[in-house]
Every structure is written in structure tokens, then in C-alpha cells.
Design a protein. Structure first.
Length: 231
């Protein structure tokens, strides 16, 4: 459930966030339904995918040095920091030896990592984050603190809800790393060109939040992974 307005972090108690808050406040029972759905589906999928995830973990460990999991500090509801779970797709310590953003041609990506990224299998461990409530199946991408600190005021509205594995913005930028390939300055292109467009989708999703719309987003995500194109 949403916090009371006066209980939000001070940086979120601003006019730019209020309209989004008021809309979500009127949909509290659907937010509760969303959380119940997230918990049950994450639990079921973790049980069903336990063996495939163990096999993927073994493959990653055999493919390159380092553990199978990658942990990184990200930001979720109300600006809370948490350590996200992902399968490692790059050489061990890659985030300490290069940019936080990744282009398709990044030499740090492992052979196993390339395939995992293509089918978004590297995100399977995020089911653990959904289970404990740090993430949702649908929501704004969990950004690193460095980029959240550069948010425009209106973007803070996306922190009213948990970070998500997928979203309408994710669907339309599912191959974002390919777009960065042509950039000379990855971070500049991401912050000035890609992020503003993605945030328009994210904010529109909050403005039009309905539980059933989120189910449709999950279905569209599956179709996108299978090859369907969305403009």
C-alpha cells in the first residue's frame, strides 16, 4: 500500500509527483492485488525454474571465472537502495573496470552472457527480488543511484512503485544496448536521449495504472522476447 503523502521522503513531496500519487492512491486495492500477484507468481516460477536456473548457474561458472550471480546496488520504492540479483553476463568485476552501461559490442560480455542477454535469461534471479518486495514484474527499471541522482523532478514519481523486471519502456527498448553501440559517449546518450523517452513511457504507465494493464504488459513482453516488434 502507498504511504501517506506526508510520510514520503521529502525529495518526493513535490508538485511534480503529486498528480501521480493521487492517481495511485485511488487505485490502492489494485496495488494490493498487484503485490499478491507478484508474490504468488514469483514463488511459483522459482519452484518451476529452480533446476533450469541451477543449470544456467553452472554454465556461467564453467564459461568464465567468477560466481554465477551478479549483485549491484539499485534504487526502488521511495528511493530505497537494494542489491539486485542477476545472472553474471560479463567478466568478473566488469562494473569496476568500465562504464555501468553496456553496449552490444562490449568486450566485457562473456560468451554465455551474450546468449543470456539476448533472451533476457540473465534477469531470472530477479524473481527473488520480486518475492521479497524490492521489485515487481512490471515497473520502472531499477536504476543505479548514480543515474537516479540526476533525475528530473517528475521522474521521482516512478519511485512511488517498486522497480520492475519489465515495462512498456523496456519492451520498446528491449535492445537498448544495441542503440548504445553507435554512441561515442554512452552515458550522455543514455541520460539525454534514451532515458527521457523511456521516462515518458514510465510516467504514462503510472498515470494510467490498472492491474489488468500490467498483465497485458507481461504478455507483450513475452511476445517481444519471441520476436514481435513494438514501435
Amino acid at each position: 500500500m502507498l504511504r501517506k503523502w506526508e510520510d514520503l521522503p521529502v525529495f518526493m513531496q513535490i508538485p511534480e509527483v503529486k498528480p501521480y500519487y493521487d492517481h495511485l492512491k485511488s487505485k490502492e486495492w489494485q496495488i494490493l492485488l498487484k503485490r499478491i500477484f507478484d508474490f504468488l507468481l514469483a514463488l511459483i516460477l522459482l519452484i518451476l525454474l529452480a533446476i533450469p536456473m541451477l543449470l544456467i548457474a553452472l554454465w556461467i561458472s564453467l564459461d568464465s571465472k567468477g560466481g554465477p550471480l551478479y549483485r549491484q546496488e539499485r534504487v526502488t520504492t521511495y528511493g530505497k537502495y537494494f542489491s539486485i540479483h542477476k545472472f553474471r553476463t560479463m567478466v568478473s568485476g566488469a562494473d569496476k573496470n568500465g562504464l555501468l552501461l553496456t553496449a552490444k559490442s562490449d568486450s566485457r560480455i562473456t560468451k554465455a552472457g551474450m546468449l543470456l542477454r539476448h533472451f533476457h535469461l540473465d534477469e531470472m534471479p530477479q524473481l527473488l527480488d520480486v518475492l521479497v518486495g524490492n521489485m515487481s514484474f512490471v515497473g520502472t527499471r531499477a536504476e543505479v543511484p548514480k543515474y537516479v541522482e540526476k533525475y528530473r523532478p517528475e521522474y521521482y514519481a516512478t519511485l512511488l512503485m517498486p522497480a520492475g523486471i519489465t515495462s512498456e519502456a523496456t519492451i520498446r527498448y528491449k535492445d537498448e544496448y544495441k542503440l548504445l553501440d553507435a554512441a561515442k559517449d554512452y552515458e550522455q546518450v543514455y541520460m539525454e536521449e534514451i532515458l527521457p523517452i523511456k521516462m515518458k513511457w514510465n510516467l504514462e504507465s503510472i498515470r494510467r495504472f490498472r492491474f489488468l494493464r500490467e498483465i497485458l504488459t507481461i504478455i507483450r513482453t513475452i511476445l517481444a522476447i519471441l520476436g514481435k516488434k513494438y514501435n
